[in-house]
Each structure stands twice: as structure tokens, then as C-alpha cells.
Design a protein around this ligand. Structure first.
Ligand code: IMP
Length: 426
């Protein structure tokens, strides 16, 4: 059976974790295909909140095998901590499989992430400082260490010694930092972490194909989102991997014909963390309402998110870039706070109208949103379980999104709980 991809359509934090968890009900494998512990997925089950960074959301179901694909960058210490946290809370993590080809985040990646940001000054990207960009840079430079290297101390040490010579020269001569000690890093990674990570390592490609060949359902879970994509996002204010659906193929080892369904997750308004253009951004009281009602603070970093109205130019572009087949709208309940709700239908810059994203960054920086204003519904949606329990104005909002995006809306989430959603699926 072909795979389903779950992808964020904005700048992340759309609620992919909840939707993946919801869709994982019938799924055998849930595979994370890119990113690292820069991600934060929050899932509420029976009133208990689980904040996941690396382990795929499917871990919360006992019938699902969670897989960390080759496209992910893994800090093994963070992975083990997260597994321990889940075990303490009664979640079995013994089924987790980590691709041996996933690259490792090393101590020097954190240092370089912090230093690069510092040197960029007011041009900084606002990264999560988790070493993500430097780890992917080493992968592309072919000097990265992979999870499988943890199984071979001699090779691990040889690679580490070579790479650390260059990293230490950079850290000490350019950034004026103390060099790192290869022995200490090897003791930590090989001595402490490798014995505990080793049982998780496996051939994720084989696992995914066995599941597909035997007709099992496979879900590919993206982290971050379309406009943080290294190629298609608002570069340079992006992450260093490809969250778009194409990245799901590369990051798990399947081809496009193995995917039949692409679910785009759309927050009912827009948020962004870190720097970069944001045409519909709000400030002042409206922004505060969205932040407070939507709890718009980073799951891991605690940073306050920037907030704004829904931008349909972005959603149209996301549908194109990911070949999205359906949308799931999240946090619809948060918009109950407003009498009138604005939606960005197009942009305007230098007297020209843009229905699609302008490709040039300088244009994107100066566009003005063209809004349509819709009536709000001002009523509590959090107990709605079917479309007819939603107020007409909320249904009209969803219909507008669907007709502008050109694909159906199949779910609307109306609260953080696992059961708090309305399904429009046939
Ligand atoms: P990095 O991924 O840590 O390199 O950060 C690059 C950019 O992506 C920054 O603007 C981050 O705030 C943003 N970013 C990374 N991960 C997430 C996420 O999971 N949600 C939202 N923004 C993210």
C-alpha cells in the first residue's frame, strides 16, 4: 500500500504531531524523514501532554513502529533522553528503529551553530542552536559521522580525529573558542551512548519497503514545514533540510510512486519563529490574543512565536510544492476570539498583484497582503465532533481555504486533545 506524507504548509508548528498521531491509528510504520531535535511535536492523550522532538509521533500507539529515517540528524544523547522520558511515562519505545545512515549531531555542531549566529549579528537566522545546520553542512561536505559509525569504534575515532582537526582550527582561530577534545567526545559517544543506541539501529529502507510490499500503511512525518525548506522556503531564513514532500522520498529511501496521499497541515492562522519575511504578521493586541489563546511559544525553545492572519498565497504555493491531496486545518478554535477574521487572498507590490509567491526575495520582503474579511463565529468550538456542530461562519472559513487551495479539507482540529477534531473525510 502506498505511503502517506504529512507536511506542514507554513513555517512550522502547524500541529503536525497531533495529525500524525490521529492518522497513525491505522498505520504500521511512522517514519520521520528530516530535521532533528529542532522540531517539537506536542500531542495530548487523555489530558497528558507529550512533547516530542525526535521520536516520531506514532510511538504513542502500541501497534506502530516509529522509524527515524536516513534524512534525520540525530543527537544520540537527546534521543536517549527522550526515550527515557517516554518510558518513565509508560510508553514502550523498544520498537523504535533508527536508520544507520542518519547523520549524528556532534558537540562541535552546537558550537558552530552558536558562533555562526553570533557572527551574523543582526542578520542572524534565529536558529534553534541545536547544531542542525552545521550537521547537514558536514553531511553535504561528506565529513559527517553517521549513526552506523557508532557500531565501529575504530572508524568512528578515525573520522572524528580528521574532522575535529578542521573544526578545532575553525573554533580556535576564527571564533576564538577553546578547542574540543577528541578523547572526551569519543568517550561520550562510544563509551556512554553507543551501547544504548546500538540496539535501535537498523536498515530503515528495508523496513519501509517490507511494509509497503506487504500492503501495510506507512506514514512519513515531516518536521518544520514548506516555507522552512532549504530549497523552497524563505531562504536564508530556513532550516537546512527539505521538509517538502520530495524530501520524504530522499529521507526514507522510497520513490514518488510509493506515495499516494499528501496531507498538508494548515494552522488556521500563521506563525513563525526566528527571522525572515512574514507578509501577514500582526503586532500589538491582535498578535497577543493569538499568542495567548494559541499558546504560541516554542515547544522546546520557549520562544514567543510571531503571529499573523492566514496567508492563502502560501497555502496555494504549498499545494504546488508538495502535491498536496488534502488539507487538515488546526487550531480553528483559536479564531473564536475574533469578531472579524482576515484572510490574505493575494499580495500586492509595485502596483502588481501576486496570486502566487513571488520568487524574488526582495519582492517578498515588500509585498502587502490583499485581505478578504470574514465574519467571526465567536463561539466555543472545542466540543464539536462533526461538521454540523460547527457554526456556519467557521464552515465558510474552511470552505474558502479549500476552494482557494484547490484541494479538500479533510480534518479540522478544534482543541489540543486527541479526540478534539472534526472529520470531513468521505
Ligand atoms: P534551525 O533548524 O535550528 O537551523 O533553524 C532555522 C530556522 O528554522 C529558524 O528560523 C528556526 O526558528 C526555524 N525552525 C526550526 N525548527 C523549527 C520548528 O520545528 N518549528 C518552527 N520553526 C523551526
Amino acid at each position: 500500500m502506498p505511503a502517506t506524507v504529512v507536511v506542514g504548509t507554513q513555517w512550522g508548528d502547524e500541529g503536525k504531531g497531533k495529525l500524525t498521531d490521529l492518522l497513525a491509528k491505522d498505520v504500521r510504520l511512522v517514519v520521520r524523514y528530516q530535521g532533528g531535535h529542532n522540531a517539537g511535536h506536542t500531542i495530548v492523550v487523555d489530558g497528558e501532554t507529550f512533547a516530542l522532538q525526535l521520536v516520531p509521533s506514532g510511538v504513542l500507539y502500541s501497534h506502530t513502529t516509529p522509524v527515524i529515517g536516513n534524512g534525520v540528524v540525530v543527537d544520540p544523547a537527546v534521543l536517549l533522553e527522550e526515550c527515557e522520558m517516554l518510558e518513565r511515562r509508560g510508553i514502550d519505545t523498544s520498537r523504535l528503529v533508527v536508520s544507520g545512515n542518519a547523520h549524528l549531531i556532534m558537540p562541535y555542531h552546537y558550537e558552530i551553530d552558536r558562533m555562526t549566529e553570533r557572527f551574523l549579528g543582526h542578520n542572524k537566522l534565529g536558529t534553534t542552536k541545536r547544531g542542525i545546520g552545521p550537521a547537514y553542512a558536514d553531511k553535504a561536505s561528506r565529513i559527517g559521522l553517521r549513526a552506523q559509525d557508532l557500531l565501529d569504534p575504530k572508524i568512528f575515532r578515525e573520522k572524528l580525529d580528521v574532522v575535529l582537526r578542521e573544526k578545532n582550527a575553525l573554533l580556535s582561530r576564527v571564533y576564538n573558542r577553546l578547542p574540543l577534545d577528541a578523547g572526551e567526545i569519543a568517550d561520550l559517544y562510544l563509551g556512554e551512548l553507543a551501547p544504548r543506541v546500538a540496539p535501535m539501529l537498523g536498515d530503515a529502507v528495508a523496513l519501509v519497503h517490507e511494509a509497503l510490499d506487504t500492503g501495510e500503511q506507512v506514514m512519513l512525518e515531516g518536521a518544520q514545514a514548506t516555507f522552512l525548506d532549504l530549497d523552497h522556503g524563505t531562504y536564508p531564513f530556513v532550516t537546512s533540510s527539505n521538509p517538502t514532500a520530495g524530501g520524504a522520498c530522499v529521507g526514507t529511501g522510497i520513490g514518488p510512486r510509493d506515495i499516494s496521499r499528501v496531507v498538508g497541515i494548515v494552522k488556521a492562522y500563521t506563525t513563525r519563529v526566528g527571522s525572515g519575511p512574514f507578509p501577514t504578521e500582526l503586532h500589538g493586541e491582535m498578535a497577543d490574543i493569538l499568542v495567548e489563546r494559541g499558546h504560541e511559544y516554542g515547544t522546546n525553545t520557549g520562544r514567543r512565536r510571531r503571529t499573523g492572519w492566514l496567508d492563502l498565497v502560501m497555502i496555494r504555493q504549498a499545494v504546488r510544492l508538495n502535491s498536496i491531496s488534502e488539507l487538515a486545518i488546526t487550531k480553528l478554535d483559536v479564531l473564536s476570539a475574533f469578531d472579524r477574521i482576515k484572510v490574505c487572498m493575494a499580495y500586492e507590490a509595485d502596483g502588481r498583484r501576486f496570486d502566487h509567491m513571488p520568487y524574488h526575495q526582495s519582492v517578498l520582503h515588500k509585498v502587502e497582503p490583499i485581505y478578504e474579511e470574514l465574519p467571526g463565529w465567536r463561539s466555543d468550538l472545542t466540543d464539536a465532533t462533526s461538521a454540523d456542530e460547527l457554526p456556519a461562519a467557521a464552515r465558510a472559513y474552511l470552505e474558502l481555504v479549500s476552494s482557494e487551495a484547490g484541494v479538500p479539507v479533510s480534518f479540522a482540529s478544534v482543541g489540543p486533545g486527541r479526540q478534539q477534531y472534526v472529520s470531513f473525510a468521505a
